[in-house]
Ligand binder design. Structure first.
Ligand SMILES: Nc1ncnc2c1ncn2[C@@H]1O[C@H](COP(=O)(O)OP(=O)(O)O)[C@@H](O)[C@H]1O
Ligand SMILES: O=P(O)(O)OC[C@H](O)CO
Length: 500
Protein backbone atom coordinates (compact mmCIF):
# COMPACT_ATOMS: atom_id res chain seq x y z
CA UNK A 1 0.00 0.00 0.00
CA UNK A 2 1.22 3.52 -0.78
CA UNK A 3 2.68 4.94 2.43
CA UNK A 4 2.61 8.68 1.96
CA UNK A 5 0.39 11.61 1.10
CA UNK A 6 1.81 14.60 -0.77
CA UNK A 7 0.75 18.22 -0.27
CA UNK A 8 1.47 21.16 -2.56
CA UNK A 9 1.29 24.44 -0.61
CA UNK A 10 1.42 27.36 -3.00
CA UNK A 11 1.73 30.39 -0.69
CA UNK A 12 2.09 34.09 -1.30
CA UNK A 13 5.86 34.06 -1.11
CA UNK A 14 6.85 30.47 -1.74
CA UNK A 15 5.75 27.01 -2.80
CA UNK A 16 6.37 23.89 -0.74
CA UNK A 17 5.85 20.22 -1.45
CA UNK A 18 5.67 17.96 1.59
CA UNK A 19 5.30 14.27 2.19
CA UNK A 20 3.40 13.11 5.27
CA UNK A 21 3.10 9.67 6.81
CA UNK A 22 0.10 8.07 8.49
CA UNK A 23 0.85 9.92 11.77
CA UNK A 24 0.80 13.29 10.04
CA UNK A 25 4.59 13.62 10.48
CA UNK A 26 6.68 15.33 7.79
CA UNK A 27 8.82 12.83 5.88
CA UNK A 28 10.48 15.25 3.45
CA UNK A 29 9.93 18.66 1.90
CA UNK A 30 11.30 21.26 -0.43
CA UNK A 31 10.44 24.96 -0.68
CA UNK A 32 11.18 27.67 -3.28
CA UNK A 33 10.31 31.36 -3.37
CA UNK A 34 8.81 33.13 -6.36
CA UNK A 35 9.18 36.75 -7.42
CA UNK A 36 7.00 39.45 -5.89
CA UNK A 37 6.21 41.98 -8.61
CA UNK A 38 5.23 45.52 -7.56
CA UNK A 39 4.57 47.41 -10.83
CA UNK A 40 2.99 50.45 -9.12
CA UNK A 41 2.08 51.60 -5.64
CA UNK A 42 -0.65 49.28 -4.34
CA UNK A 43 -0.21 46.69 -7.12
CA UNK A 44 1.09 43.18 -6.37
CA UNK A 45 1.54 40.51 -9.05
CA UNK A 46 3.04 37.04 -9.51
CA UNK A 47 4.05 35.27 -12.69
CA UNK A 48 1.75 32.20 -12.98
CA UNK A 49 4.33 30.34 -15.09
CA UNK A 50 6.93 30.89 -12.37
CA UNK A 51 4.53 29.49 -9.75
CA UNK A 52 4.02 26.40 -11.93
CA UNK A 53 7.78 26.09 -12.48
CA UNK A 54 8.45 26.32 -8.71
CA UNK A 55 5.77 23.70 -8.13
CA UNK A 56 7.44 21.31 -10.56
CA UNK A 57 10.81 21.94 -8.92
CA UNK A 58 9.67 21.36 -5.33
CA UNK A 59 7.87 18.14 -6.26
CA UNK A 60 10.94 16.77 -8.02
CA UNK A 61 13.31 17.86 -5.23
CA UNK A 62 11.15 16.40 -2.42
CA UNK A 63 10.75 13.03 -4.11
CA UNK A 64 14.49 12.93 -4.75
CA UNK A 65 15.37 13.88 -1.14
CA UNK A 66 13.05 11.22 0.28
CA UNK A 67 13.99 8.68 -2.40
CA UNK A 68 10.29 8.07 -2.81
CA UNK A 69 8.63 7.15 -6.10
CA UNK A 70 5.33 8.77 -7.01
CA UNK A 71 3.76 5.30 -6.82
CA UNK A 72 4.35 5.45 -3.05
CA UNK A 73 1.91 8.36 -2.82
CA UNK A 74 -1.68 7.40 -2.02
CA UNK A 75 -2.87 10.85 -3.10
CA UNK A 76 -1.86 14.47 -3.42
CA UNK A 77 -3.64 17.55 -2.02
CA UNK A 78 -3.33 21.18 -3.04
CA UNK A 79 -3.58 24.28 -0.88
CA UNK A 80 -2.99 27.83 -1.98
CA UNK A 81 -2.89 31.55 -1.34
CA UNK A 82 -6.53 32.46 -1.85
CA UNK A 83 -8.20 35.16 -4.02
CA UNK A 84 -5.12 35.60 -6.23
CA UNK A 85 -6.55 35.68 -9.72
CA UNK A 86 -5.26 34.10 -12.92
CA UNK A 87 -6.95 34.26 -16.32
CA UNK A 88 -5.63 32.10 -19.15
CA UNK A 89 -6.42 30.98 -22.68
CA UNK A 90 -8.07 27.55 -22.65
CA UNK A 91 -6.47 26.60 -25.99
CA UNK A 92 -2.86 27.59 -25.33
CA UNK A 93 -2.83 27.40 -21.51
CA UNK A 94 -1.07 30.80 -21.50
CA UNK A 95 -2.07 33.44 -18.93
CA UNK A 96 -3.34 36.66 -20.52
CA UNK A 97 -1.96 38.70 -17.60
CA UNK A 98 0.11 38.21 -14.47
CA UNK A 99 -1.64 36.81 -11.41
CA UNK A 100 -3.23 39.68 -9.49
CA UNK A 101 -2.41 38.96 -5.86
CA UNK A 102 -4.90 39.16 -2.98
CA UNK A 103 -3.02 42.15 -1.48
CA UNK A 104 -3.36 44.21 -4.68
CA UNK A 105 -5.57 47.33 -4.36
CA UNK A 106 -5.99 48.28 -8.04
CA UNK A 107 -9.70 47.37 -7.96
CA UNK A 108 -10.55 50.17 -5.50
CA UNK A 109 -12.52 52.08 -8.16
CA UNK A 110 -14.49 48.95 -9.15
CA UNK A 111 -15.31 48.34 -5.48
CA UNK A 112 -16.37 51.95 -5.00
CA UNK A 113 -18.72 51.67 -8.01
CA UNK A 114 -20.26 48.50 -6.58
CA UNK A 115 -20.86 50.29 -3.27
CA UNK A 116 -22.23 53.40 -4.91
CA UNK A 117 -24.61 51.33 -7.02
CA UNK A 118 -25.97 49.93 -3.73
CA UNK A 119 -24.80 46.32 -4.23
CA UNK A 120 -22.89 46.10 -0.94
CA UNK A 121 -25.69 44.56 1.17
CA UNK A 122 -26.68 42.06 -1.50
CA UNK A 123 -23.09 40.94 -1.99
CA UNK A 124 -22.58 40.58 1.76
CA UNK A 125 -25.79 38.54 2.20
CA UNK A 126 -24.96 36.21 -0.69
CA UNK A 127 -21.24 35.76 -0.13
CA UNK A 128 -20.48 36.68 3.50
CA UNK A 129 -17.87 39.14 2.18
CA UNK A 130 -17.67 42.93 2.31
CA UNK A 131 -16.98 44.69 -0.99
CA UNK A 132 -13.19 44.96 -0.88
CA UNK A 133 -10.22 44.87 -3.23
CA UNK A 134 -9.13 41.63 -1.48
CA UNK A 135 -11.47 39.29 -3.37
CA UNK A 136 -11.18 37.69 -6.80
CA UNK A 137 -14.38 38.92 -8.53
CA UNK A 138 -13.27 42.55 -8.92
CA UNK A 139 -9.82 41.34 -10.06
CA UNK A 140 -11.38 39.28 -12.89
CA UNK A 141 -13.45 42.30 -13.84
CA UNK A 142 -10.29 44.44 -13.94
CA UNK A 143 -8.59 42.00 -16.32
CA UNK A 144 -11.65 41.89 -18.60
CA UNK A 145 -11.77 45.71 -18.63
CA UNK A 146 -8.05 46.36 -19.05
CA UNK A 147 -6.40 43.57 -21.03
CA UNK A 148 -6.84 44.16 -24.73
CA UNK A 149 -9.31 41.71 -26.29
CA UNK A 150 -9.94 39.90 -22.99
CA UNK A 151 -13.65 40.62 -22.68
CA UNK A 152 -14.44 39.49 -26.22
CA UNK A 153 -12.33 36.34 -25.77
CA UNK A 154 -14.05 35.59 -22.44
CA UNK A 155 -17.46 36.03 -24.02
CA UNK A 156 -16.47 33.64 -26.85
CA UNK A 157 -15.60 31.12 -24.10
CA UNK A 158 -11.86 31.19 -24.83
CA UNK A 159 -10.66 32.39 -21.41
CA UNK A 160 -10.65 30.58 -18.08
CA UNK A 161 -10.42 32.00 -14.58
CA UNK A 162 -8.83 30.25 -11.66
CA UNK A 163 -7.37 30.87 -8.25
CA UNK A 164 -3.93 29.28 -7.80
CA UNK A 165 -5.39 25.84 -6.91
CA UNK A 166 -7.27 25.80 -10.21
CA UNK A 167 -4.20 26.89 -12.15
CA UNK A 168 -2.14 24.08 -10.61
CA UNK A 169 -4.87 21.46 -11.10
CA UNK A 170 -5.16 22.53 -14.74
CA UNK A 171 -1.43 22.10 -15.27
CA UNK A 172 -1.07 18.92 -13.22
CA UNK A 173 -3.96 17.12 -14.92
CA UNK A 174 -3.54 18.57 -18.37
CA UNK A 175 -6.74 20.55 -18.62
CA UNK A 176 -9.22 19.89 -15.82
CA UNK A 177 -10.88 23.15 -14.74
CA UNK A 178 -11.87 22.71 -11.09
CA UNK A 179 -11.84 24.56 -7.78
CA UNK A 180 -13.16 23.73 -4.32
CA UNK A 181 -15.84 25.38 -2.20
CA UNK A 182 -13.39 27.16 0.10
CA UNK A 183 -11.55 28.85 -2.74
CA UNK A 184 -14.82 29.63 -4.53
CA UNK A 185 -16.12 31.27 -1.35
CA UNK A 186 -13.40 33.94 -1.72
CA UNK A 187 -14.38 35.07 -5.21
CA UNK A 188 -17.43 37.20 -4.28
CA UNK A 189 -19.24 35.16 -6.95
CA UNK A 190 -20.45 32.13 -4.99
CA UNK A 191 -23.67 31.86 -3.00
CA UNK A 192 -22.69 30.65 0.49
CA UNK A 193 -25.92 28.63 0.82
CA UNK A 194 -26.16 26.91 -2.57
CA UNK A 195 -22.36 26.61 -2.92
CA UNK A 196 -22.78 27.46 -6.60
CA UNK A 197 -21.88 30.45 -8.78
CA UNK A 198 -24.63 33.04 -8.53
CA UNK A 199 -26.06 34.46 -11.77
CA UNK A 200 -26.96 37.81 -10.21
CA UNK A 201 -23.46 38.31 -8.81
CA UNK A 202 -21.98 37.38 -12.19
CA UNK A 203 -24.25 39.93 -13.87
CA UNK A 204 -23.34 42.67 -11.36
CA UNK A 205 -19.64 42.09 -11.97
CA UNK A 206 -20.01 41.44 -15.71
CA UNK A 207 -18.25 38.06 -15.65
CA UNK A 208 -19.19 35.32 -18.17
CA UNK A 209 -20.03 32.05 -16.39
CA UNK A 210 -18.07 30.07 -18.99
CA UNK A 211 -14.84 31.37 -17.44
CA UNK A 212 -15.53 29.78 -14.08
CA UNK A 213 -14.34 26.37 -12.87
CA UNK A 214 -16.52 23.58 -11.56
CA UNK A 215 -16.92 23.82 -7.76
CA UNK A 216 -16.16 20.58 -5.88
CA UNK A 217 -15.82 19.54 -2.21
CA UNK A 218 -12.47 20.19 -0.47
CA UNK A 219 -11.92 16.45 -0.13
CA UNK A 220 -13.36 14.57 -3.06
CA UNK A 221 -13.61 10.77 -3.22
CA UNK A 222 -14.53 11.19 -6.90
CA UNK A 223 -11.09 12.86 -7.30
CA UNK A 224 -10.34 16.02 -9.29
CA UNK A 225 -8.30 13.83 -11.63
CA UNK A 226 -4.85 12.23 -11.77
CA UNK A 227 -1.48 13.87 -12.39
CA UNK A 228 -0.26 13.44 -15.96
CA UNK A 229 2.54 11.02 -16.70
CA UNK A 230 4.57 13.68 -18.46
CA UNK A 231 4.28 16.07 -15.49
CA UNK A 232 6.45 16.46 -12.37
CA UNK A 233 5.26 13.18 -10.78
CA UNK A 234 5.90 11.16 -13.96
CA UNK A 235 3.03 8.99 -12.82
CA UNK A 236 -0.75 9.10 -12.42
CA UNK A 237 -1.26 10.10 -8.79
CA UNK A 238 -4.83 10.70 -7.51
CA UNK A 239 -5.63 14.35 -6.73
CA UNK A 240 -8.16 14.26 -3.89
CA UNK A 241 -7.78 17.41 -1.73
CA UNK A 242 -8.06 21.09 -2.59
CA UNK A 243 -8.62 23.94 -0.15
CA UNK A 244 -7.54 27.51 0.50
CA UNK A 245 -4.48 27.76 2.72
CA UNK A 246 -6.22 29.26 5.74
CA UNK A 247 -8.95 26.66 5.65
CA UNK A 248 -6.29 23.99 5.21
CA UNK A 249 -4.49 25.22 8.34
CA UNK A 250 -7.79 24.98 10.24
CA UNK A 251 -8.07 21.35 9.14
CA UNK A 252 -4.38 20.74 9.89
CA UNK A 253 -4.96 22.09 13.41
CA UNK A 254 -7.92 19.66 13.69
CA UNK A 255 -10.36 22.48 14.52
CA UNK A 256 -13.30 20.26 13.62
CA UNK A 257 -15.76 21.31 16.33
CA UNK A 258 -17.72 24.54 16.44
CA UNK A 259 -15.87 27.00 18.69
CA UNK A 260 -12.37 25.77 17.76
CA UNK A 261 -10.07 28.35 16.18
CA UNK A 262 -6.56 28.82 14.83
CA UNK A 263 -4.40 31.76 13.79
CA UNK A 264 -1.84 31.45 10.97
CA UNK A 265 1.11 33.86 10.79
CA UNK A 266 2.42 33.96 7.23
CA UNK A 267 2.52 36.87 4.78
CA UNK A 268 -0.75 37.94 6.35
CA UNK A 269 -2.42 36.61 9.46
CA UNK A 270 -5.70 34.76 9.38
CA UNK A 271 -7.82 33.59 12.29
CA UNK A 272 -10.61 31.12 11.53
CA UNK A 273 -13.28 30.01 13.98
CA UNK A 274 -15.25 26.88 13.08
CA UNK A 275 -18.99 27.66 13.33
CA UNK A 276 -20.22 24.23 12.23
CA UNK A 277 -22.86 23.90 9.53
CA UNK A 278 -24.40 27.26 10.52
CA UNK A 279 -23.76 30.36 8.46
CA UNK A 280 -22.96 32.93 11.16
CA UNK A 281 -23.06 36.60 10.10
CA UNK A 282 -20.53 38.83 11.78
CA UNK A 283 -21.61 42.06 13.44
CA UNK A 284 -17.97 43.01 13.97
CA UNK A 285 -16.14 43.09 10.65
CA UNK A 286 -15.34 39.41 10.19
CA UNK A 287 -15.94 37.41 7.02
CA UNK A 288 -18.18 34.38 6.75
CA UNK A 289 -16.50 31.74 4.67
CA UNK A 290 -16.61 28.03 3.88
CA UNK A 291 -14.22 26.22 6.22
CA UNK A 292 -14.29 22.86 4.42
CA UNK A 293 -16.55 20.31 2.80
CA UNK A 294 -15.47 16.70 3.09
CA UNK A 295 -16.98 14.46 0.39
CA UNK A 296 -20.77 14.38 0.48
CA UNK A 297 -20.96 15.81 4.00
CA UNK A 298 -22.58 19.25 4.42
CA UNK A 299 -20.22 22.20 4.23
CA UNK A 300 -18.77 23.51 7.49
CA UNK A 301 -18.49 27.29 7.78
CA UNK A 302 -16.13 29.65 9.61
CA UNK A 303 -15.86 33.21 10.77
CA UNK A 304 -12.58 34.67 9.57
CA UNK A 305 -10.49 37.63 10.67
CA UNK A 306 -8.16 38.47 7.79
CA UNK A 307 -5.07 40.64 8.36
CA UNK A 308 -3.23 41.63 5.18
CA UNK A 309 0.22 42.41 6.58
CA UNK A 310 1.88 40.20 9.20
CA UNK A 311 5.13 38.43 8.19
CA UNK A 312 5.12 40.73 5.14
CA UNK A 313 5.79 43.66 7.49
CA UNK A 314 8.97 41.89 8.54
CA UNK A 315 9.88 41.39 4.87
CA UNK A 316 9.31 45.10 4.31
CA UNK A 317 11.72 45.93 7.15
CA UNK A 318 14.22 43.66 5.44
CA UNK A 319 13.74 44.53 1.75
CA UNK A 320 12.49 48.12 1.71
CA UNK A 321 14.04 49.68 4.84
CA UNK A 322 16.99 47.28 5.10
CA UNK A 323 16.70 47.49 8.90
CA UNK A 324 17.35 43.76 9.23
CA UNK A 325 19.18 41.14 7.16
CA UNK A 326 16.74 38.31 7.74
CA UNK A 327 13.42 37.72 9.46
CA UNK A 328 14.95 35.65 12.28
CA UNK A 329 16.99 38.66 13.46
CA UNK A 330 13.83 40.42 14.61
CA UNK A 331 13.65 38.15 17.65
CA UNK A 332 16.92 39.34 19.23
CA UNK A 333 16.57 42.96 18.07
CA UNK A 334 13.04 43.37 19.47
CA UNK A 335 14.09 41.82 22.77
CA UNK A 336 17.03 44.19 23.11
CA UNK A 337 14.65 46.98 24.20
CA UNK A 338 12.17 46.74 27.08
CA UNK A 339 9.25 48.17 25.08
CA UNK A 340 8.37 49.97 21.84
CA UNK A 341 9.66 53.34 23.12
CA UNK A 342 6.24 54.89 22.42
CA UNK A 343 6.38 53.99 18.73
CA UNK A 344 3.65 52.13 16.79
CA UNK A 345 3.78 50.82 13.23
CA UNK A 346 0.40 50.22 11.59
CA UNK A 347 1.04 48.31 8.34
CA UNK A 348 -2.06 49.39 6.40
CA UNK A 349 -0.14 48.83 3.15
CA UNK A 350 -3.17 47.32 1.40
CA UNK A 351 -5.61 49.42 3.37
CA UNK A 352 -6.88 47.76 6.55
CA UNK A 353 -8.65 44.42 6.40
CA UNK A 354 -10.55 43.00 9.40
CA UNK A 355 -12.19 44.39 11.38
CA UNK A 356 -12.04 47.79 9.63
CA UNK A 357 -12.21 47.11 5.86
CA UNK A 358 -10.82 50.57 5.08
CA UNK A 359 -9.28 50.78 1.62
CA UNK A 360 -8.57 54.48 2.25
CA UNK A 361 -6.06 53.62 4.99
CA UNK A 362 -2.30 53.58 4.45
CA UNK A 363 0.57 52.59 6.73
CA UNK A 364 2.00 54.84 9.45
CA UNK A 365 4.80 54.85 11.99
CA UNK A 366 3.74 57.19 14.81
CA UNK A 367 5.03 58.28 18.20
CA UNK A 368 8.49 59.06 16.82
CA UNK A 369 10.90 60.99 19.01
CA UNK A 370 14.70 61.17 19.02
CA UNK A 371 14.62 58.39 21.61
CA UNK A 372 13.15 55.90 19.13
CA UNK A 373 15.73 53.65 17.47
CA UNK A 374 15.88 50.75 15.04
CA UNK A 375 15.10 48.19 17.74
CA UNK A 376 11.92 50.05 18.75
CA UNK A 377 10.73 50.06 15.14
CA UNK A 378 11.48 46.35 14.74
CA UNK A 379 9.63 45.68 17.98
CA UNK A 380 6.70 47.84 16.84
CA UNK A 381 6.53 45.77 13.64
CA UNK A 382 6.22 42.54 15.63
CA UNK A 383 3.72 44.16 17.98
CA UNK A 384 1.60 45.22 15.00
CA UNK A 385 1.07 41.54 14.17
CA UNK A 386 -0.07 40.87 17.73
CA UNK A 387 -2.28 43.95 18.08
CA UNK A 388 -4.05 43.21 14.80
CA UNK A 389 -4.63 39.68 16.08
CA UNK A 390 -6.10 41.06 19.30
CA UNK A 391 -8.57 43.20 17.34
CA UNK A 392 -9.67 40.16 15.35
CA UNK A 393 -9.96 37.99 18.45
CA UNK A 394 -12.11 40.61 20.16
CA UNK A 395 -14.41 40.68 17.12
CA UNK A 396 -14.67 36.88 17.27
CA UNK A 397 -15.44 36.90 20.96
CA UNK A 398 -18.13 39.51 20.39
CA UNK A 399 -19.68 37.55 17.50
CA UNK A 400 -19.60 34.15 19.14
CA UNK A 401 -20.29 35.28 22.71
CA UNK A 402 -17.73 32.72 23.94
CA UNK A 403 -14.32 34.24 24.77
CA UNK A 404 -11.41 32.21 23.42
CA UNK A 405 -9.04 31.43 26.28
CA UNK A 406 -6.31 29.84 24.22
CA UNK A 407 -5.22 30.17 20.61
CA UNK A 408 -3.67 27.54 18.36
CA UNK A 409 -1.06 29.15 16.15
CA UNK A 410 0.95 28.10 13.09
CA UNK A 411 2.69 29.50 10.00
CA UNK A 412 6.19 30.67 9.09
CA UNK A 413 6.43 33.51 11.63
CA UNK A 414 5.54 31.31 14.63
CA UNK A 415 9.17 30.12 14.75
CA UNK A 416 9.75 33.50 16.44
CA UNK A 417 9.38 32.63 20.13
CA UNK A 418 9.50 36.26 21.22
CA UNK A 419 6.64 37.07 18.86
CA UNK A 420 4.63 34.27 20.47
CA UNK A 421 5.33 35.65 23.97
CA UNK A 422 4.32 39.13 22.81
CA UNK A 423 1.14 37.60 21.42
CA UNK A 424 0.22 35.94 24.72
CA UNK A 425 0.96 39.23 26.55
CA UNK A 426 -1.06 41.39 24.16
CA UNK A 427 -4.02 38.97 24.09
CA UNK A 428 -3.98 38.07 27.77
CA UNK A 429 -4.57 34.50 26.60
CA UNK A 430 -2.56 31.31 26.22
CA UNK A 431 -0.85 30.65 22.86
CA UNK A 432 -0.29 27.04 21.75
CA UNK A 433 2.05 25.96 18.95
CA UNK A 434 1.72 22.40 17.64
CA UNK A 435 4.66 20.13 16.87
CA UNK A 436 3.86 20.24 13.17
CA UNK A 437 3.64 23.99 12.54
CA UNK A 438 3.24 23.26 8.78
CA UNK A 439 -0.47 22.82 9.37
CA UNK A 440 -1.41 24.30 5.99
CA UNK A 441 0.29 21.51 4.07
CA UNK A 442 -0.93 19.00 6.65
CA UNK A 443 -4.54 20.12 6.13
CA UNK A 444 -4.22 19.62 2.37
CA UNK A 445 -2.69 16.20 3.00
CA UNK A 446 -5.57 15.31 5.33
CA UNK A 447 -8.15 16.34 2.71
CA UNK A 448 -6.42 14.23 0.05
CA UNK A 449 -5.91 11.28 2.40
CA UNK A 450 -9.54 11.27 3.52
CA UNK A 451 -10.62 11.18 -0.14
CA UNK A 452 -8.78 7.91 -0.80
CA UNK A 453 -9.33 6.25 2.61
CA UNK A 454 -5.72 6.76 3.80
CA UNK A 455 -7.32 8.11 7.00
CA UNK A 456 -10.78 6.87 7.96
CA UNK A 457 -12.40 10.07 9.26
CA UNK A 458 -11.82 13.51 10.73
CA UNK A 459 -11.90 12.35 14.34
CA UNK A 460 -9.04 9.91 13.74
CA UNK A 461 -6.82 12.88 12.82
CA UNK A 462 -7.07 14.50 16.24
CA UNK A 463 -4.62 11.94 17.65
CA UNK A 464 -1.91 13.43 15.38
CA UNK A 465 -2.06 16.86 17.07
CA UNK A 466 0.58 17.40 19.76
CA UNK A 467 1.56 20.61 21.50
CA UNK A 468 5.15 21.74 20.96
CA UNK A 469 5.20 24.80 23.20
CA UNK A 470 2.76 27.06 25.07
CA UNK A 471 3.08 30.70 26.16
CA UNK A 472 1.22 32.32 29.07
CA UNK A 473 0.75 36.09 29.49
CA UNK A 474 3.54 37.59 31.57
CA UNK A 475 2.43 41.22 31.84
CA UNK A 476 -0.31 42.75 33.95
CA UNK A 477 -3.71 44.03 32.84
CA UNK A 478 -2.81 47.72 33.19
CA UNK A 479 0.28 47.43 30.99
CA UNK A 480 -1.65 45.38 28.42
CA UNK A 481 -4.50 47.87 28.18
CA UNK A 482 -2.22 50.92 28.03
CA UNK A 483 -0.34 49.38 25.10
CA UNK A 484 -3.59 48.51 23.33
CA UNK A 485 -4.97 52.02 23.80
CA UNK A 486 -1.83 53.36 22.09
CA UNK A 487 -2.36 50.94 19.21
CA UNK A 488 -6.01 51.96 18.77
CA UNK A 489 -4.98 55.60 18.60
CA UNK A 490 -2.29 54.81 16.04
CA UNK A 491 -4.84 52.98 13.85
CA UNK A 492 -7.01 56.08 13.61
CA UNK A 493 -4.03 57.92 12.09
CA UNK A 494 -4.11 55.63 9.02
CA UNK A 495 -7.68 56.51 8.00
CA UNK A 496 -8.66 58.74 5.06
CA UNK A 497 -5.16 58.81 3.64
CA UNK A 498 -6.20 57.89 0.11
CA UNK A 499 -8.73 60.40 -1.21
CA UNK A 500 -11.66 58.91 -3.15
N1 LIG B 1 11.66 34.49 12.70
C1 LIG B 1 10.69 35.20 12.11
N2 LIG B 1 10.14 36.27 12.73
C2 LIG B 1 9.14 36.98 12.16
N3 LIG B 1 8.62 36.69 10.95
C3 LIG B 1 9.13 35.65 10.29
C4 LIG B 1 10.18 34.85 10.83
N4 LIG B 1 10.47 33.87 9.92
C5 LIG B 1 9.63 34.06 8.88
N5 LIG B 1 8.83 35.13 9.09
C6 LIG B 1 7.80 35.67 8.18
O1 LIG B 1 6.91 34.62 7.88
C7 LIG B 1 6.47 34.74 6.52
C8 LIG B 1 6.63 33.41 5.82
O2 LIG B 1 5.73 32.50 6.38
P1 LIG B 1 4.96 31.47 5.44
O3 LIG B 1 4.04 30.71 6.34
O4 LIG B 1 5.97 30.73 4.65
O5 LIG B 1 4.19 32.50 4.51
P2 LIG B 1 3.31 32.36 3.17
O6 LIG B 1 2.61 31.03 3.25
O7 LIG B 1 2.40 33.53 3.26
O8 LIG B 1 4.22 32.47 1.98
C9 LIG B 1 7.30 35.81 5.86
O9 LIG B 1 6.49 36.94 5.65
C10 LIG B 1 8.41 36.12 6.87
O10 LIG B 1 8.73 37.48 6.91
O1 LIG C 1 0.07 33.04 1.62
P1 LIG C 1 -0.49 33.17 2.97
O2 LIG C 1 -0.24 31.95 3.80
O3 LIG C 1 -0.13 34.43 3.68
O4 LIG C 1 -2.09 33.21 2.80
C1 LIG C 1 -2.69 34.17 2.02
C2 LIG C 1 -4.20 34.08 2.15
O5 LIG C 1 -4.71 32.91 1.64
C3 LIG C 1 -4.85 35.26 1.52
O6 LIG C 1 -6.23 35.22 1.72
Amino acid sequence: MAQYIGAIDSGTTSTRFMLFDQNGAIVAFDQREHTQIFPQSGWVEHDPQEIWERTRQVIGATLAKAQVRADDLAAVGITNQRETTIVWDRHTGKPVYNAIVWQDTRTAAICRELQEAGHGDFIYRKTGLPVATYFAGPKIRWILDNVSGAREAAERGDLLFGTVDTWLLWNLTGGRHITDVTNASRTMLMDLETLDWDEELLAILGIPRAMLPEIRPSSDPDLYGHTRRDGPFQSEVPLGGDLGDQQAATVGQTCFSPGEAKNTYGTGCFMLLNTGTDIVRSQNGLLTTVCYQMGNEPAVYALEGSIAMAGATVQWLRDNLQLIKDAAETEAIAQSVPDNGGCYLVPAFSGLFAPYWRSDARGVIVGLTRYVNRAHIVRAALESICYQTREVLEAMNADSGVPLRSLRVDGGATVNNFLMQLQADILGAEVLRPRVAETTSLGAAYAAGLAVGFWPDLESLRANWHVDRRWQPQIGEAEREAGYAGWKKAVTRTFNWVEA
